[in-house]
Every structure is written in structure tokens, then in C-alpha cells.
Design a protein around this ligand. Structure first.
Ligand code: NI
Length: 190
């Protein structure tokens, strides 16, 4: 019995720690309507330590914020780099100078959230399969055939590098609701 009580306490403590880490991470991620989220990021030219440190920091933030993708623009760095993972238990991958070289005409619609748009979940239509090309952190060419959730995540992150948010990818009614939520967030922050 005592053991059980202690375990419950540990679990609560763990959950509180996870939530605290999430908040600390979110505080370091640019939030709507930060104008940097609207800017187009530049091609990366040098594959150096600075770049891998940036990717490490982004991976840690994505992990702590419990997201599945994070683009450099979301931390105010205008470089074409994002990190992503297929789900929360997956190993993160960094892609530099990404481009979609093919996308399926077949699409599907699912709700998407964004670490820069707290409390917003809107339906977005995306290609089901894509080919993503780019470079890894060492500058080596990289080609990924992705589908479903992974394909969706990279389309979302690539949008970030072009200053595009899910607000522009959803239908009018969902956009109105999302903007109302974001206005409420802002007034709560004072
Ligand atoms: Ni996002």
C-alpha cells in the first residue's frame, strides 16, 4: 500500500517535471504573431560545428516541447534547417536545405498543431507520400521517401522555412476559430 502511494507520488512528480520542461521549451520557441514566423529562411552554406550545435539545440527543444518537428525559423534563426521525428518515441532527424522533389497527388486531411500556435489544432490537407531531398549535417546529400505522418510533418516544417503557417493551409472556418484562440492567448498574456 505504502509502495503504491509512493509510486503514485513519483508519477505525479514525473508528470510535473515533464510539464515544466515543456513550458520552458515553449518559452524559447517563437510564438504567433512573432513576425519572424513569416520570414523566408536562407540556404545553409557551411556545414560546421555551429550548424550541428543548432540542430542539437532544436532537437532538445522539440523533445522537451513534446513536438514531432521544429524548424529553425521557430527559434528565430533564418536558416533552412528543420528537425523531425515520426512520433514521440522516434529518433530525431535533421534535414538541411530541404526540398520536396515529388509529392503524391493523393492527399488526406488531418488535424495539425504547431509549437508556435499554442492551443490550435486545424485540419490540413497534405500529400500522402513525398520525396524529400536535402543535406545532412555533414553536408552529404540525403533523400527520404516518406509517407503518412512523416510526410505530413516534413511538409509542415518545410512550410515554416517559407514563412507559411497552418493558418494558411486550413479552411476559412477553422482559421477564424484558430485566430480567436490565438487572440485569447495574447490577451491572457496581457
Ligand atoms: Ni509548426
Amino acid at each position: 500500500m505504502e509502495e503504491e502511494i509512493r509510486e503514485e507520488g513519483d508519477e505525479r512528480e514525473h508528470a510535473a517535471r515533464v510539464e515544466a520542461l515543456r513550458r520552458v521549451a515553449l518559452a524559447q520557441i517563437r510564438q504567433y504573431p512573432d513576425p519572424v514566423l513569416r520570414l523566408h529562411a536562407n540556404e545553409v552554406g557551411s556545414f560546421d560545428d555551429h550548424l550541428s550545435r543548432l540542430a542539437d539545440r532544436m532537437t532538445q527543444l522539440m523533445h522537451d516541447a513534446r513536438g514531432v518537428g521544429l524548424a529553425a525559423t521557430q527559434i528565430g534563426v533564418l536558416q533552412r534547417l528543420f528537425v523531425f521525428r515520426t512520433d514521440e518515441d522516434d529518433e530525431a532527424r535533421a534535414v538541411v536545405n530541404p526540398a520536396l522533389t515529388s509529392r503524391s497527388s493523393e492527399t488526406d486531411v488531418f488535424d495539425e498543431g504547431c509549437l508556435s500556435l499554442q492551443g490550435v489544432l486545424v485540419p490540413v490537407e497534405r500529400s500522402v507520400e513525398v520525396t524529400l531531398e536535402g543535406r545532412d549535417l555533414a553536408g552529404q546529400p540525403l533523400q527520404l521517401e516518406l509517407e503518412e505522418q512523416a510526410a505530413r510533418v516534413v511538409q509542415h516544417e518545410l512550410d515554416h522555412l517559407d514563412g507559411v503557417l497552418i493558418l494558411e493551409r486550413t479552411d476559412d472556418e477553422s482559421r477564424r476559430e484558430a485566430l480567436a484562440t490565438l487572440r485569447r492567448n495574447l490577451s491572457r498574456q496581457g
